[in-house]
Design a protein. Structure first.
Lengths: 124, 105
């Protein structure tokens, strides 16, 4: 009757190992990724899985104080993703390694004026 | 009651890990950036919710549950926002969501 409760730490350990495998494959995608946005997406997913792994490790080692670190890491991960995307916005050369090279990126963004005014994110 | 909570949390954690593995397969097998983003963002939301809910069931009513609630609410807000910002920036940079994905892997 009590056996399933004692099985819980091994469930945590198995879930942590599976999350580590997922994080490794996400890193491979971040290295291989054909466009810059693939890399940003992979890094974002890596950060999410890091938060989950921190929570699982906190419960596995019996010290849930790791949840503070997980919370801070979630905040920093979201902010870094948005900041990197803000850097890439309006730069059509960042998808030059896109998988079909015959697509013409003909929209007339002025890169310099778009990069110098940081308040134009929500326009258009 | 302990046995029921243990089964419920094992079910939640197992489903969450399955969704995480599905996302990891999806970002390799999907042919296009937007489809890969779909795989990553859907499994991010589902995997995070299920894993944190399973941990909440194991923790009981105390301070770690409140912290897990904070992480869960933040994920529910930030993960779709990040996916939306990614796809919007990719579109504004000229990446086309092409409908013929078979030959460009």
């Amino acid at each position: 009757m009590n056996g399933i409760v004692e099985l819980i730490p091994s469930v945590y350990a198995g879930a942590s190992l599976a999350l580590l495998a997922v994080m490794g494959s996400t890193l491979v995608r971040a290295i291989l990724g054909p466009t810059a946005f693939d890399r940003v997406m992979a890094v974002n997913m890596f950060g999410t899985k890091t938060v989950l792994l921190l929570s699982l490790l906190g419960f596995l080692s019996g010290r849930p104080d790791f949840l503070d670190i997980a919370l801070v890491y979630a905040l920093v991960n979201f902010l870094s993703t948005i900041a990197v995307l803000r850097f890439f916005e309006g730069r059509p050369q960042s998808v030059q390694q896109c998988s079909d090279p015959d697509v013409d990126h003909g929209d007339s963004h002025d890169v310099d004026s778009d990069a110098s005014t940081p308040a134009t994110v929500t326009e258009e | 009651m302990d046995t029921f909570l243990a089964w419920a949390s094992i079910l939640c954690i197992g489903t969450g890990v399955f969704l995480a593995v599905t996302g990891a397969v999806g970002i390799f097998r999907m042919p296009n950036f937007f489809t890969r983003l779909h795989a990553a963002s859907v499994t991010d939301s589902g995997c995070a919710c299920l894993l944190l809910f399973g941990l909440m069931l194991q923790s009981g009513f105390n301070l770690p549950t409140i912290k897990l609630c904070f992480i869960l609410i933040f994920f529910l807000i930030s993960s779709p926002t990040a996916a939306h910002a990614l796809s919007k920036t990719a579109l504004s940079c000229g990446a086309q969501p092409t409908p013929s994905p078979r030959e460009e892997r």
